[in-house]
Design a protein around this ligand. Structure first.
Ligand SMILES: Cc1cc2nc3c(=O)[nH]c(=O)nc-3n(C[C@H](O)[C@H](O)[C@H](O)COP(=O)(O)OP(=O)(O)OC[C@H]3O[C@@H](n4cnc5c(N)ncnc54)[C@H](O)[C@@H]3O)c2cc1C
Length: 496
């Protein structure tokens, strides 16, 4: 019988690392196992990309502003943590999103953001697509699928093939750019939206498959727990989730160390069966299990000394840089131009702006009465030169965009920039194969786990799901009652 608790060290205090720690502690509670869990975060702030800043009566989200509820893991975690009263839906009154194309803002069909268009009539009236483009899109139902299907395909290749170039350029590409800040010609459909290929494989058509799925969903009962919209947030911003996790993990005895990064991970030796986690301040932590919940280029650096091949593969995952620029205006300066959640800008338009969110209309209480908060999004794969500017020219740049697109000429009363250099992992062609290879290589190192947005899903719900699975697996692997040691399952490899 082991006398000392198992030592678990999690590196990275973003949502992936915190969700892993939470799952570890949940498992500890259920199982007869003693664990001392430590999380190491290099920044002085917890949350990684999740960053809420409250200032001058404004609630600014520097990174994500919401999570998707059709992937339930974030919503479930909020409820488990007791945050159900803090959940806020998007404002139904303004539930419209636009695409800037051919010189005008044109409304996108509702549900398209979740790739479930409900109101195709909007598409007809918006002028987003020509008649030819719409006919080609509608023909998707009858469009033959290649036989056999290729192992992987670019996202652009898939959607152009199924729906036509025009629908891809004006409807799908800007949404993909909004989610991945990516170039759809590089992104892998298998790694980003495998469901669409599945629908094609099973039903011969994405539209037919989606209709059947919708009909089935309509007959199944909705999960309990209050009104939900497709995207949800928290009253105090998404950092409220982080603060609550940090507080509850602390109460459960997790050691949270912020402000010092991990320098190196050393594998077990003949003398010691533990990993050594060496921090930048020279502190050494012994660990029976190490979770790397860091961006993959950091994970690569930490693995390199003992698994260089996996490190090279992880280092090969590209990242795109973006920035959000939040600006507060006197509402009278905006006029009636703002009438929805915001707009996206297709790459084809060749503009610096990726998207703009009309934050005050999307969420309640994000600005003072008489003020309107707008958040602009720039950068992304192949569009990153815009980020080379200093802050003031960058604000001027997005101001010119807002003037050209929605006619706002007034200077904002307040502007705040958050830059995310190498912030968005890109799941390019071959991503799944790359991960399978990493899994295989790390199987030789029981006790090492990797998770995080760079692997199996960039959204907050995906990060929570993956972190949770890693935490559960880790405790199962450490558990003394476990007979076999299935090291092949060490790396999170759970599909959407
Ligand atoms: C601008 C923007 C908008 C987004 N919008 C949305 C959205 O609306 N909805 C949504 O679901 N998702 C959105 N995302 C994606 C989502 O926010 C991220 O994918 C997710 O938060 C990543 O979480 P993570 O924990 O995997 O990584 P991170 O948040 O990057 O956390 C990793 C942590 O590891 C730390 N770290 C790195 N190296 C070390 C080291 N050596 N030692 C110790 N610590 C280290 C970092 O400091 C960081 O805190 C957005 C992302 C961005 C950038």
């Amino acid at each position: 019988m082991r006398k000392t608790p198992y030592q678990v060290v999690i590196i990275g205090g973003g949502i992936s690392g915190l969700a892993t720690a939470y799952a570890v502690m949940e498992e500890v509670r259920k199982n007869q196992i003693e664990v001392q869990c430590t999380i190491v975060e290099q920044d002085t702030r917890w949350g990684g990309k999740i960053l809420t800043h409250v200032t001058e009566g404004l609630l600014i989200e520097g990174g994500p502003d919401s999570f998707l509820t059709s992937k339930p893991w974030a919503l479930e975690l909020c409820r488990t943590l007791g945050l159900q009263d803090q959940l806020i839906p998007t404002n139904a009154q303004h539930n419209r999103t636009f695409s800037f194309c051919r010189g005008a803002l044109r409304e996108l069909p509702q549900g398209l953001l979740a790739f479930r268009p409900q109101r195709v009539d909007t598409l007809v009236s918006s002028g987003l697509l020509s008649w030819k483009g719409m006919v080609r899109m509608a023909a998707e139902r009858f469009w033959p699928r290649p036989n056999p299907l290729s192992a992987d395909e670019s996202l652009a290749g898939f959607f152009r093939r199924r729906f036509g170039t025009e629908a891809f350029d004006y409807l799908i590409e800007p949404l993909v750019a909004g989610i991945y800040a990516g170039d759809a010609d590089e992104l892998s459909i298998e790694a980003t939206f495998p469901r669409f290929r599945e629908l094609e494989r099973e039903h011969g058509s994405v539209i037919k498959g989606m209709r059947m799925a919708q009909a089935k969903a309509a007959t199944t009962s909705r999960p309990p727990g209050g009104a939900t919209t497709l995207f949800m947030s928290l009253r105090g911003g998404l950092s409220q989730l982080i603060q609550t996790l940090v507080q509850q993990l602390t109460e459960r005895g997790v050691c949270l160390t912020a402000g010092v990064g991990c320098q190196e991970v050393q594998p077990p030796t003949q003398k010691s069966t533990s990993f050594q986690v060496i921090l930048e301040n020279g502190v050494r932590l012994s660990a029976d299990a190490v979770v790397l919940a860091t961006p993959t280029f950091q994970t690569a650096r930490l693995l390199r000394s003992f698994q260089p091949e996996a490190a090279n593969l992880l280092d090969g995952i590209p990242y795109a840089s973006t920035a959000t620029i939040s600006m507060a205006y006197p509402t009278e300066a905006i006029g009636a131009q703002i009438r929805g959640f915001g707009f996206v800008v297709p790459r084809k338009e060749q503009r610096p702006l990726l998207a703009a969110t009309w934050t005050s209309l999307k969420w309640p209480d994000r600005s003072r009465a008489g003020e309107t908060l707008i958040r602009c999004y720039v950068g992304g794969r192949g569009r990153e030169t815009v980020l080379e500017q200093d802050d003031q020219p960058l604000v001027e740049c997005v101001r010119r965009e807002l003037e050209a697109i929605v006619g706002i000429t007034t200077a904002p009363k307040y502007a705040e920039i958050h830059r995310w250099i190498r912030g968005m992992p890109q799941y390019v062609l071959g991503h799944q194969e790359r991960l399978a290879h990493v899994t295989q290589l790390l199987a030789a190192w029981p006790g090492v786990y990797v998770t995080g947005a760079g692997l199996h899903g960039i959204g907050i719900p995906d990060c929570i799901r993956e972190g949770t699975k890693v935490g559960q697996q880790l405790i199962e692997d450490l558990s003394p009652t476990r007979v076999t040691h299935d090291s092949g399952r060490k790396v999170s490899s759970f599909q959407q």
